[in-house]
Design a protein around this ligand. Structure first.
Ligand SMILES: [Zn+2]
Length: 331
């Protein structure tokens, strides 16, 4: 039986009485199976996942064999339309100035809360709480490598990370402060949610879209929802709790010029990472990889580079992080 695909909406009632319709695809195989909810764009500037989901849907609407898919490209549609991480932020305001509007800290939402909580509530009640599995797509700044996030006590999430072909897996400690992410709520009620941070914000980057599409498709195949070979299984997946990370810092001031590399890339010990042109002496300071491994961080940046252009400026101060290289499986 061919799957059916419909565009549906959850409707959030806003504080001023208006309604916002948040669209999603619902693909039904007509057969029993997992219910996979894929969402992205909880932060309005993190948009690679939107296109990754569209591409996944193109495949799933033809090939879904078991279960059901809910695919929501822009969960925080109000923030998408503001072109900022949260709806309350103005120019150069950091993510941390969220005043309760960081959608990623609002789950399972509130019917009578602020407008971000009202969107989360509509999504939770309409689709998220019915899902057995959730994939939550975000994007970090371009300086940090694509990575997934799980907790040490979540083997069911690790099983998703094992097949997703996302280079780095951040393994967080169990417990900790009150966690109001969709991941915590999904995992807490017996489901499994894998959070993936693609890289680069405010832009749609082809290789990140494809990494996102591949991760979602691999997980759907792993869950038996779609037939076919997993993609990218020759790519190493590095669990960061079992890896060694070496940081390279600037030893002089000046402009850091990248050597055409990108996070996720493999570099050999001694390979040129770039150079700093000293702003006083005009000398060139070559920077080479002290170890072989995979680039996890690359490029000069300062805090809040995800909201401010000066924080992305490649002028280095002494001690600034230039890069980090991860060697897998060192214990
Ligand atoms: Zn995010």
């Amino acid at each position: 039986m061919a799957p059916t695909t419909e565009v549906k909406h959850v409707i959030a009632k806003l504080e001023n009485g208006d309604e916002v319709k948040i669209p999603y695809w619902e693909i039904d195989s007509g057969a029993e199976g997992p219910v996979l909810f894929v969402l992205s764009n909880q932060h309005g500037n993190e948009i690679n996942g939107c296109e990754a989901i569209r591409r996944f849907v193109e495949i799933a609407k033809v090939e879904l064999q078991k279960g059901k898919v809910f695919a929501m490209p822009s969960a925080n549609i109000l923030a998408l339309r503001k072109r900022r991480p949260h709806i309350n932020l103005g120019p150069e305001q950091p993510y941390g100035d969220d005043e309760g509007h960081n959608m990623n800290r609002t789950w399972p939402g509130k019917a009578d809360g602020n407008d971000t909580e009202r969107q989360s509530y509509a999504i939770w009640e309409g689709v998220a709480k019915h899902a057995t599995h959730v994939i939550d797509l975000h994007s970090w700044s371009r300086f940090s490598a694509t990575g997934g996030i799980t907790k040490a006590d979540r083997p069911e999430v690790r099983a998703l990370a094992d097949v997703a072909a996302i280079r780095f897996v951040h393994v967080r400690k169990p417990g900790g402060k009150a966690d109001k992410t969709i991941s915590a709520y999904t995992n807490g009620r017996g489901g499994a949610c894998y959070t993936i941070e693609l890289t680069t914000q405010y832009a749609i980057v082809e290789h990140e879209v494809e990494r996102g599409r591949r991760a979602v498709l691999n997980i759907a195949k792993h869950l038996g929802m779609i037939d076919g070979e997993l993609e990218g299984q020759d790519e190493p997946v590095i669990y960061l709790d079992k890896a060694k990370e070496t940081e390279i810092e600037a030893e002089t001031t000046g402009l850091f010029v990248e050597a055409g590399l990108a996070t996720w890339d493999y570099v050999e010990k001694g390979q040129k990472l770039g150079h700093i042109m000293n702003d006083e002496t005009l000398e060139t300071h070559e920077i080479v990889a002290p170890v072989s491994g995979y680039l996890k961080e690359y490029g000069i940046r300062r805090p809040n580079c995800d909201v401010a252009l000066p924080a992305q400026h490649p002028y280095a101060s002494v001690g600034d992080l230039i890069a980090s290289i991860v060697e897998p499986d060192v214990g």
